[in-house]
Design a binder for this molecule. Structure first.
Ligand SMILES: *[C@@H]1O[C@H](CO)[C@@H](O)[C@H](O)[C@H]1NC(C)=O
Ligand SMILES: *[C@@H]1O[C@H](CO)[C@@H](O)[C@H](O)[C@H]1NC(C)=O
Ligand SMILES: *[C@@H]1O[C@H](CO)[C@@H](O)[C@H](O)[C@H]1NC(C)=O
Length: 285
């Protein structure tokens, strides 16, 4: 009898599977394509500044942590290509918040309440680099090494062995800064999101509505903007952006080594993966 039960139960289950298969469409429409969402990290506080080190698949980001009655930041490094999936705090960076990848030299830098730090791949820890005493809001490296100072929101660049204020930006605040592969500059402040074209150096407004949390590019060099209400894509050749994904409380966007989008909402980081249920789920989303 027991044997019979063991033999028949899987059969019944298999039949049910075919007949009553319910597709759960809890993925995401991203640029008119339905994707499944793989949960990468959960139970976070506001994950900012997502960066993937593409050679190793390591995901870096900062998030808020409660320290007594204070809210502070720390930087996590997560590995998904080995089991168990694991996230480690990168220690030694008080208020660790900003993250930048220098692809030309394969270096990673961090910024916190007390300067800029460099990642040591062998010890998996951060070592002090520069700007002791400065609070670092943002870091960006492509051709030049930039940082944004907090709370002045002033932009600095490394020149002749020193960080100096960027002349064009001395009178303005900058909250997000990005240089594309095509050398166009994208920056956002409380007024709007701007693009400084590499040819002619003309500054254009891309949007004065979206509140920007992160700017990223994919392997084709297309520019993605994470706003509080979703992901936007630069709508070339127009001077505008268009929303390609609706997300409540979006906090960041980046791409992994296979150019899969990785995004964060208020407490979870997801990876978008090609879906088998695209046809069924497209219309439900
Ligand atoms: C919490 O805050 C205190 C005082 O600001 C600081 O000394 C301490 O290092 C912080 N702890 C953590 C885990 O960040
Ligand atoms: C934002 O940048 C624009 C363009 O440079 C500038 O006109 C504006 O004053 C800036 N806003 C703030 C709050 O600095
Ligand atoms: C999608 O289909 C492939 C091939 O049939 C299967 O191997 C894979 O597990 C499926 N993926 C999901 C998420 O169902």
């Amino acid at each position: 009898m027991l044997l019979l039960l063991l033999l028949t139960v899987p059969d019944v289950a298999a039949e049910n599977n075919v007949k009553n298969e319910k597709v759960s469409c809890d993925g995401l429409l991203f640029h008119d394509v339905y994707y499944d969402r793989e949960i990468l990290v959960e139970n976070l506080g506001r994950p900012y500044n997502l960066v993937v080190h593409k050679q190793t698949g390591m995901l870096l980001f900062s998030h808020t942590v409660q320290n007594g009655t204070e809210i502070d930041f720390e930087i996590l490094a997560c590995h998904f290509n080995k089991e168990p999936k694991q996230c480690d705090i990168i220690g030694g960076i008080p208020g660790g918040y900003a993250i930048a990848y220098d692809s030309a030299n394969d270096d990673i830098y961090f910024g916190g309440h007390d300067g800029i730090y460099k990642y040591n791949f062998f010890t998996k820890s951060a070592e002090f680099f520069d700007e002791r005493g400065k609070s670092i809001w943002g870091l960006f490296i492509r051709k030049n090494f930039y940082y944004i100072e907090y709370p002045t929101q002033k932009l600095y660049v490394y020149q002749n062995d020193d960080f100096v204020k960027v002349a064009e930006a001395v009178n303005i605040e900058i909250d997000n800064f990005f240089v594309s592969k095509a050398s166009d500059i994208y920056f956002a402040n409380k007024t709007a999101l701007y693009k400084v074209e590499s040819v002619g150096r003309r500054t254009v407004v891309l949007s004065d509505e979206v509140m920007v949390r992160q700017i990223a590019d994919d392997k084709y060099g297309d520019i993605y903007i994470c706003g509080t209400d979703g992901i936007y894509l630069e709508d070339k050749p127009f001077n505008r952006i268009k929303r390609i994904a609706e997300i409540d409380h979006a906090f960041g966007i980046t791409f992994d080594g296979n150019d899969n989008a990785i995004y964060a909402n208020r407490n979870t980081i997801y990876r978008l993966l090609p879906s088998n249920t695209t046809g069924t789920c497209y219309n439900e989303n």
